[in-house]
Design a protein around this ligand. Structure first.
Ligand code: CO
Length: 456
C-alpha cells in the first residue's frame, strides 16, 4: 500500500468552518515555515469563503495574502477551493472572468485547484478544468456528496468518469455535511478504485460525529489522500484533527510520515489564537457540538447556524425544528440538490419562508426561481411539476450551459473602476464582489486630499 497523503485545511476550511473565516494573514505568517516542513501532501489555504472574508471583514487583499503565503511555503503544494463557474462567489460568472481568475490564482502561487459544482453539473466545470490544465496546474475535480434516491453509487461513478474525460488529474469526494457513513465510504472508495486510476481524496466534516470512522474505513479501502486540520481548528463542523491520523498510521504501511514534533508546535501556536476567537465570541460553541441530526436532515453544520440566526432575526427561534424538517422536503421537491454553497443558502431560505409565511412557496427568492429556470445548471433529479408551476408559472426553462448566456465582462468591469484599480487582480476582485471590492479599493487609496489641504 502507498503512503497515506494528508492535506492540511486549517488555513481555509478549518477557520472557515469554526470562526467564520476570520483568521488574518498576520496570524498565519509566523507559523508557515514550520507547516512547510511537516510533510503534508498539500496545504489548502485559499478560495472558498476566504476571498470574500478578506475583502468584506478583514480589509485585506486576498491576492496579497496568497503571495505572502507562497513566499513562506516554498516546498508544500498550495491548494485552493474553486466553485467552478461561480468562482468564489454565489452566482455564475462569464467565461472570461473564470479564465482570468484561475490564471491569476495560479500565477500568484496556487498549485492545486479543487473545483466543484453545487449540482455536480460538469458543464459548469468545463471552463475551469480547461483553464487549470492550460496554466499547467493540478486539476482536482470534486463531487459534492449527498444522499438521495438519485445519488446512488453508480451516479458517483458516472460523474467520476465524466470528470476524468474532461481532464481531471485527481478526484475528491467532498462530503461537506459529514454524512458519508464509514461502511458507505468503504464501499464507495472500493468501487471508485475499480473505476479509475486517478488519485482519490476524501474531504469530510466532523459535524455528525462519524468523520474519523469514515476516514479509517476509506483508508482501508485505499483512499490516497485525506483532508485534516491541525487540532485547534479541527472537529465540530471542521475536519478531523491531523495529529491523531499521523499517530494512528505511524509505522504502518500507510504511514503519512508527518513530523509529529512540528505538528505539536503548530498546534501550540494556534491554541491561543483559537482562544482569542472563542473569548470574543467569533467561535460560537455550537459549531463544536456533535450534531447527529445532520444524518437525518442532511443539513451541513454551517447551514444549521445560518438557519438559527435567520430565525433569531425574525424572533422565530421556536420554529427551528419545523424548519429543519422542512429542508429535506424542499430538497426533494427541487430535485435533490446537494446542500453546498450556494444551494445550501437557497434551500435554507426557502425552507424558512415556507414555515414562516404559513404557506409553502408563497414567497420564493429570486435565486430559487433562477434555479428552477435552469440558470444554475441541471438539477440532479426532476423538479416536481406542481412546485415548478407554483414557482415560475409558465416561464421558460433553459437547457444549455448557463454561462453560454453570459457575455464576457472583464473590460466592462475594468471601465467601471477606472482610476481605482492597480492590477488585473483588483479588477477580478471587483468582478466577483463589486460593492465590497470597490469599498476596499477606495479605502486603500492614500488620502491625498487630506494631506494636500492641511497646511499647518
Ligand atoms: Co469543507
Amino acid at each position: 500500500m502507498k503512503k497515506l497523503k494528508i492535506t492540511e485545511t486549517a488555513l481555509r476550511d478549518g477557520h472557515q468552518s469554526l470562526i467564520a473565516t476570520r483568521l488574518k494573514t498576520e496570524e498565519m505568517l509566523p507559523i508557515l515555515e514550520k507547516m512547510d516542513k511537516v510533510g503534508y501532501h498539500a496545504m489548502e489555504v485559499w478560495g472558498g469563503a476566504t476571498f470574500d472574508a478578506c475583502l468584506r471583514y478583514l480589509n485585506e487583499d486576498p491576492w496579497e495574502r496568497l503571495r505572502k503565503i507562497r513566499a513562506k511555503v516554498k516546498n508544500t503544494k498550495l491548494q485552493m477551493l474553486l466553485r467552478g463557474q461561480n468562482i468564489l462567489g454565489y452566482k455564475h460568472y462569464p467565461d472570461d472572468i473564470v479564465e482570468k481568475f484561475i490564471k491569476k490564482a495560479i500565477e500568484n502561487g496556487i498549485d492545486i485547484v479543487r473545483i466543484f459544482d453545487a449540482l455536480n453539473d460538469t458543464r459548469n466545470l468545463e471552463k475551469s478544468i480547461k483553464t487549470v490544465k492550460e496554466a499547467g496546474a493540478h486539476c482536482q475535480c470534486a463531487i459534492s456528496y449527498t444522499t438521495s434516491k438519485i445519488h446512488t453509487t453508480s451516479y458517483y461513478l458516472d460523474k467520476i468518469k465524466e470528470m476524468e474525460k474532461l481532464g481531471a488529474d485527481s478526484i475528491c469526494i467532498k462530503d461537506m455535511s459529514g454524512i458519508l457513513t464509514p461502511y458507505k465510504a468503504y464501499e464507495l472508495i472500493k468501487m471508485i478504485k475499480k473505476t479509475t486510476d486517478l488519485p482519490i481524496e476524501l474531504h469530510n466534516h466532523c459535524t455528525s460525529g462519524i468523520a474519523q470512522m469514515s476516514y479509517v474505513k476509506a483508508i482501508e479501502a485505499g483512499v490516497d489522500i485525506i483532508d485534516t486540520a491541525i487540532s485547534p481548528f479541527a472537529t465540530g463542523t471542521s475536519q478531523p484533527p491531523t495529529e491523531p491520523f499521523a499517530m494512528t498510521y505511524k509505522n504502518t504501511d500507510r504511514d503519512p510520515e508527518l513530523n509529529i514534533d512540528l505538528l505539536e508546535d503548530i498546534a501550540a501556536y494556534f491554541k491561543p489564537i483559537k482562544k482569542k476567537y472563542t473569548d470574543d465570541g467569533t467561535l460560537n460553541l455550537k459549531v463544536l457540538e456533535t450534531e447527529p441530526k445532520t444524518l437525518s436532515y442532511q443539513v451541513p453544520g454551517g447551514m444549521l447556524s445560518n438557519l438559527l440566526s435567520q430565525l433569531k432575526a425574525q424572533n422565530a427561534e421556536d420554529k427551528y425544528e419545523e424548519v429543519l424538517a422542512e429542508v429535506p422536503k424542499v430538497r426533494e421537491e427541487l430535485g435533490f440538490p446537494p446542500l453546498v454553497t450556494p444551494l445550501s443558502q437557497m434551500v435554507g431560505t426557502q425552507s424558512v419562508f415556507n414555515v414562516l409565511t404559513g404557506e409553502r412557496y408563497k414567497m420564493v427568492p429570486k435565486e430559487i426561481k433562477d434555479y428552477v429556470k435552469g440558470y444554475y445548471g441541471k438539477s440532479p433529479g426532476p423538479i416536481k411539476e406542481d412546485i415548478k408551476k407554483k414557482i415560475i408559472g409558465d416561464e421558460k426553462v433553459i437547457t444549455q450551459r448557463p454561462a453560454d448566456l453570459l457575455e464576457d465582462a472583464f473590460d466592462k468591469y475594468k471601465e467601471e473602476i477606472e482610476g481605482l484599480y492597480q492590477s488585473e487582480e483588483d479588477v477580478l476582485s471587483y468582478a466577483l464582489f463589486p460593492q465590497v471590492a470597490e469599498k476596499f479599493l477606495i479605502d486603500r487609496e492614500p488620502d491625498v486630499y487630506h494631506i494636500e489641504l492641511s497646511i499647518d
